[in-house]
Design a protein around this ligand. Structure first.
Ligand code: SAM
Ligand code: SF4
Length: 314
């Protein structure tokens, strides 16, 4: 279905949980989140029914996200059920990778086509400082495992964080070259938290490009710009919703784990879909898509968001 600005909405990001095994400083409060009762979180049947309605309105691609999607109980069964929904052509997953080790083949067999891996540091100490948990990720072996399971092409997403990981950008570029994968640098978006200052840590794409002349512009896609690494394999992407708006190409809607549709990541407007019967659900979808805002207004400044990012799904 097209929205009022003639954008074809064919992509839905589905947050299957707002819980997470990490506490990334820019995403989630250190003490975690208020635990929602299970009755407030969409059940498998509800998620599948909502995805069926989404497919009926023209959604063809689903991305599972969270919180951390792999912490949801029974996630592999849910993946199989979503895979079976008629009209869904692409099913992908965004994960921090912590629970992925040894399970890539199982994930592929359940029906996931590819994985976006979120990794903000390759240094153990910095990684722990950013994720604020005693966690360790063996990125190299995880990439090999994803390749062996044909969960490809792999995209590794890294949020640019001045003063935290800006000294590792060259290492991420080497990683992309060594494994012939795409590393995408994401500009930090202003979802404020106590104790984490957006203004202190924001690093713009143009600052990175100035420091890395080996990156050669190749193409601009819907939300990302891609660069080759001179004389090497691999690709570097930049996602910069803050300095360059891509709202006019936006084809996505979001389903939160507690059953709300969001048609713009940066707007607090939501449409409750949990508990609706088929006809009402279809109507709510159409209303949400029809009223999708033309663009965000980040540059005019914004209020503190009602939801933290782990409760939206990125
Ligand atoms: N837990 C999973 C993960 O980290 O991949 C999925 C959910 S997480 C909310 C999805 C993505 O959103 C991650 O790549 C994360 O780095 C990104 N993200 C979260 N908060 C962000 C922010 N304030 N600005 C930019 N990206 C953010
Ligand atoms: Fe968890 Fe992903 Fe948020 Fe990090 S970015 S706290 S891994 S939901």
């Amino acid at each position: 279905m097209r929205d009022s600005f003639q954008r074809e909405i064919d992509y839905m990001r589905v947050s299957v949980t707002d819980r997470c095994n990490l506490r990334c400083a820019y995403c989630m409060p250190k003490e975690g989140i208020e635990k929602k009762s299970h009755v407030d979180i969409l059940r498998d049947e509800e998620i599948v029914d909502i995805i069926k309605t989404a497919a009926a309105t023209g959604v063809r691609k689903i991305r599972l996200t969270g919180g951390e999607p792999l912490v949801r109980k029974g996630i592999f069964d849910l993946i199989k059920r979503i895979r079976a929904v008629e009209g869904i052509e692409e099913l992908v997953l965004t994960t921090n990778g912590i629970l992925l080790k040894g399970r890539a083949k199982e994930l592929k067999a359940a029906g996931i086509d590819r994985v976006n891996l979120s990794v903000d540091s390759l240094e153990e100490k910095t990684y722990r400082q950013i994720v604020r948990q005693d966690a360790h990720l063996d990125v190299e072996s995880l990439i090999r495992e994803l390749k062996a399971a044909s969960l490809t092409p792999i995209k590794l997403n890294c949020v640019l964080l001045k003063g935290l990981n800006d000294d590792e950008i060259g290492d991420f570029i080497d990683l992309a070259a060594r494994h012939d994968i795409t590393v995408r640098f994401i500009e930090l978006m202003p979802f404020h938290h106590e104790g984490f200052r957006y203004e202190t840590h924001f690093l713009a794409k143009d600052d990175v490009l100035r420091e890395h002349p080996e990156l050669v512009f190749v193409k601009k896609e819907r939300i990302a710009e891609y660069y080759a690494i001179e004389g090497k394999k691999g690709k570097i992407g930049f996602i910069d919703p803050v300095s360059h708006k891509f709202c006019s190409f936006c084809n996505r809607i979001r389903l939160t784990a507690d059953g709300h549709l969001k048609t713009c990541l940066l707007s607090d407007k939501e449409f409750l879909v949990k508990g609706l019967e088929k006809v009402a659900l279809q109507k709510r979808f159409e209303e949400a898509i029809r009223t999708k805002p033309p663009e965000h207004a980040l540059e005019k400044g914004r209020e503190r968001q009602k939801r933290t990012m782990n409760r939206i799904g990125g």
